[in-house]
Write a protein that binds this ligand. Structure first.
Ligand code: ATR
Length: 270
């Protein structure tokens, strides 16, 4: 059986083994996927051992995403842009390929929920690591425009410059937000502390969509607030988690699993 792992520190909380095991069942793939704690000073050694033992690939989570990127001798364009990787593939000839699937994970989840980004106006709130990983895949879906708004506006401006050649992208401060959008994505960490970013409620068009990258065992504050302001559908980040795993699974196995069934199963276990 082909072996895969997820490395992180801490790792106990990882849902990746469960998700990939579900994908494998669903698609009849003979794989084994387990989680592995890596110590801060042994990550590279751990990966080398796994490759020697015949491992086919791994996911990498905090705090090793930059080190995983640096380990690779072949990197995807999106990993290059992020300077970080969450998916490594170990090829027969010794090549280590790195990719990052968080952005495609978000787009996969939006598509699985029937949200087609082509022609949409999108507002991305936040400009940290979570935001920078999703900008290119969002722009590749050909929205009409993407606005990035951040509490610290200089970070939004830097991202708009870095990704400017991929599409129509603009940076704004929260207090400059005077338009409504078809889709509003919250990439800030505010839901983790039960807060809202200080953005006006008029950002939501009537029947807009909302997406919070955070998830929990009940709707996040942002999801609730979006519904109070007339959105048609507000999703949390559980689907993005499953979506990024699905993209890794596709890279390794060349099969696309069904996301929604796995999201539902995980939701029941939160
Ligand atoms: P991550 O990797 O999760 O994106 P990060 O890189 O630390 O983490 O970024 C956190 C994001 O949440 C940033 O956009 C941050 O805004 P600032 O750049 O202004 O710090 C945003 N954020 C955190 N707390 C916030 C709050 N209370 N209101 C608005 N934005 C907040």
């Amino acid at each position: 059986m082909d072996q895969y792992k997820v490395y992180g520190n801490p790792i106990k909380q990882s849902k990746s083994p469960l998700i990939h095991t579900e994908f494998a069942k669903q698609t009849d793939q003979a794989i084994e996927y387990t989680s592995q704690l890596s110590e801060l000073d042994t990550f590279e050694q751990d990966i080398a051992h796994f490759i020697k033992a015949g491992g086919k690939g791994c996911n990498v989570t905090m705090p090793f995403k930059e080190r995983a990127f640096n380990l690779a001798n072949k990197v995807s364009e999106r990993a290059q842009l992020a300077q970080a990787a969450n998916t490594l593939s170990f090829l027969e000839d010794g090549t280590i390929e790195a990719d990052t699937t968080d952005g495609p994970g978000l787009v996969n989840d939006l598509l699985a929920n029937g949200i087609c980004l082509k022609g949409m106006s999108i507002l991305l709130v936040g400009a940290g690591g979570a935001a920078s990983g999703v900008i290119q895949p969002l722009l590749q879906s050909q929205p009409r425009m993407l606005v990035i708004a951040n509490r610290t506006v200089s970070k939004a401006t830097e991202l708009a410059q870095r990704f400017g050649h991929f599409g129509n992208i603009e940076a704004k401060a929260f207090n400059e937000l005077d338009e409504s959008y078809d889709l509003v994505i919250n990439s800030t960490s505010t839901s983790l502390t039960n807060e809202l970013p200080a953005v006006p409620s008029k950002i939501f068009k009537q029947n807009a969509y909302a997406y919070d990258m955070v998830y929990g065992d009940k709707p996040t504050l942002f999801v609730e607030w979006a519904y109070q302001n007339g959105v048609k559908l507000a999703l949390d980040g559980l689907g993005m988690l499953v979506g990024q795993a699905a993209e890794s699974f596709y890279i390794w196995r060349n099969v696309k699993p069904d996301l929604l069934a796995v999201v539902e199963k995980l939701r029941g276990e939160l």
